[in-house]
Design a protein around this ligand. Structure first.
Ligand SMILES: C[S@@+](CC[C@H](N)C(=O)[O-])C[C@H]1O[C@@H](n2cnc3c(N)ncnc32)[C@H](O)[C@@H]1O
Length: 260
């Protein structure tokens, strides 16, 4: 059985089998997108094999969630698959899988990767420059899909609610303007603000958060700062080592800030 407040190294599908049924309050994750990222494992499978594997992982996520538990999964809109000659609507394919598993649809949040309009940074994949022959759109957004298990309402202890009025007003629109993580120690991290918003909006203090593709630990670090429990899994040993270091250091920093 996996203990809380730890990061585990290994294949998430195998490790999640040792998490009891209905023991997790929220899953927050961003899976590999199957685009050949240098994670040290195979991120370039046939698209159908990739989706089959993800369906099994999502099925395990469903099993371990409590009734009323939520999943918040960060995915791109269209993305060119290395094993396909055309882009895949990855978010749509995941939604269809999640529906088949039995998740209840709740929200489809658009993460706009900038703080207030303008032309996004250094991306240059615009295809046929100034010609209608084959223009490509640059990636300035991703999605965060929220689904629930069995019921939309999550009952909890009211004294364990910690979202402020300002945060509630800001986080309850379905367009989230957040700058991407600039520290590129990991090849594809999300910013701390992403799990921060999800945790504050959808969980109570002391709830248990699981990230089966935890990378260098962002979800767990934020969960710990916000007085939630966590389980992180990644199959890359270096990322797990870094996650454990981040968990030790950033928690201390947070304690210093709060004079604890
Ligand atoms: C998009 S990244 C997640 C990044 C993370 N959100 C962060 O902020 O660091 C996906 C992660 O999934 C991990 N991964 C890929 N296949 C895996 C598997 N079968 N089991 C566990 N982790 C896996 C990769 O090593 C990578 O760190």
């Amino acid at each position: 059985m996996l203990e809380v407040n730890k990061v585990y190294q290994g294949d998430c599908l195998e490790l999640m089998r040792s998490i009891p049924d209905k023991s997790i309050d929220m899953v927050i994750t961003s899976p590999p997108y199957n685009v050949g990222m240098p994670y040290g494992s195979d991120d370039r499978q046939y698209y159908s094999d990739y989706l089959n594997y993800m369906k099994e992982v999502l099925g395990e996520c469903y099993r371990v969630l409590v009734s009323g538990g939520r999943i918040g999964i960060n995915l791109p809109s269209t993305i060119m698959q290395s094993t396909k000659s055309r882009p895949a609507y990855l978010s749509l394919d995941f939604v269809l899988l999640m529906r088949e598993i039995g998740f209840l649809e709740r929200e489809w949040i658009c993460w706009i990767k900038m703080k207030g309009g303008g032309i996004p940074g250094k991306s240059t994949s615009w295809g046929s420059w100034r010609s209608p022959s084959l223009p490509y759109l640059r990636d300035a957004s991703e999605f965060i899909i929220i689904m629930d298990k069995e019921t939309h309402k999550k009952v909890g202890d009211k004294t364990k609610i910690d979202i402020t009025a300002e945060e509630f007003l800001q986080f309850t629109t379905n367009c989230w303007y957040m700058i991407p993580e600039t520290n590129r120690w990991h090849p594809a991290p999300f910013p701390e603000e992403l799990p921060y918003r999800l945790i504050k909006l959808y969980t109570y203090q002391e709830d248990i958060i699981l990230d089966p593709f935890v990378g260098w630990g962002t979800t767990c670090v934020v969960a710990k700062k916000l007085n939630r429990q966590y389980i992180g899994i990644d199959n890359n040993p270096e990322y797990c080592r870094m996650a454990t270091i981040r968990l030790a250091n950033e928690t201390n920093l947070f304690k210093e800030v709060n004079n604890e």
